[in-house]
Ligand binder design. Structure first.
Ligand SMILES: C[S@@+](CC[C@H](N)C(=O)[O-])C[C@H]1O[C@@H](n2cnc3c(N)ncnc32)[C@H](O)[C@@H]1O
Length: 251
């Protein structure tokens, strides 16, 4: 199990991470895609764990993509079904996705290769650290967390990706009017997100006036997790938060 990354004690990190690293075994197709990973994978210096990012790491996204374009960040991209479809439909923006499960990254690369996309880069790293270390405040136009691991047991709730600290981090990295999109098929996680985020001083629930949940994002394809949730009789909840301009009297 991954232990939390410590930045030499200089920078507090989450005590727990939102994932457990699973087997890295790959099928032949994934092996082949992984062998050619430099086409999509951005390599980073590590801190104490294999999914960490050394504090102070800088990535020049303009150089990485070869152009200046709005940046979309996804944390927990899984096998890339949403990422590849949505990036293909949005060629004017560049997309950076974090995923800690290497076979899933390799599957994403297979799809990226097939689609021939040039506006996607992947990182084999904890997206919480990635968002914090690799993106300047106000530099992200959109952030996606689709079907984050639900961590059902009460004693595991502290592992949930979305918490107040992560909300503050996202708010700091989004540009003014930047959007954070969340989807989950777990009602209690959806409620938890609202409890943590609805009152955040820098975030506005875009659908606060209409019940608080967003209409299903049409650009988002139905992935395995959504299908599984629906098949089990669960409802899927979409949420959208907008980064508001700094309020008067609020730093
Ligand atoms: C339930 S899956 C959903 C995958 C994808 N978003 C989808 O809808 O198909 C959650 C994924 O998030 C990844 N994950 C969890 N915490 C993460 C983190 N802090 N950084 C990067 N990936 C993470 C897990 O490895 C897993 O693949």
């Amino acid at each position: 199990m991954e232990q939390p990354a410590q930045a030499g004690g200089a920078r507090p990190t989450r005590e727990v991470v939102s994932f457990v690293r699973r087997s890295t075994r790959m099928n032949p197709g994934q092996e082949k895609a992984w062998a050619a990973r430099e086409r999509y994978l951005v390599d980073v210096a590590r801190n104490e764990t294999s999914t960490s990012i050394a504090p102070g790491t800088v990535i020049d996204w303009t150089a990485a993509f070869g152009r200046v374009a709005p940046l979309v960040v996804e944390i927990g991209s899984g096998t890339g079904d949403s990422l590849v479809a949505m990036a293909a439909a949005d060629p004017g923006r560049d997309h950076v996705a974090f995923e800690v499960f290497r076979p899933a990254l390799a599957s994403t690369m297979i799809k990226l290769n097939a689609a021939g996309l040039t506006n996607v880069r992947l990182l084999d790293a904890n997206g919480v650290e990635g968002l914090r270390e690799l993106f300047a405040p106000g530099s992200v136009s959109e952030l996606w967390t689709f079907f984050p691991d639900p961590w059902h047991k009460a004693r595991h709730h502290k592992r949930r990706l979305v918490d107040a600290g992560f909300g503050a981090l996202v708010a700091s990295r989004l540009g003014i009017d930047g959007i954070w999109r969340i989807a989950t098929d777990w009602a209690d996680y959806a409620e938890h997100c609202r409890e943590v985020l609805d009152d955040h001083p820098d975030l506005v629930n875009v659908y606060a006036g209409t019940g608080g949940f967003a209409p299903r994002l049409t650009a988002r394809p139905v992935t395995k997790y959504e299908r599984r949730g629906l098949a089990a009789g669960r409802k899927v909840f979409d949420l959208a938060y907008r980064r508001r301009a700094a309020q008067q009297g609020h730093a």
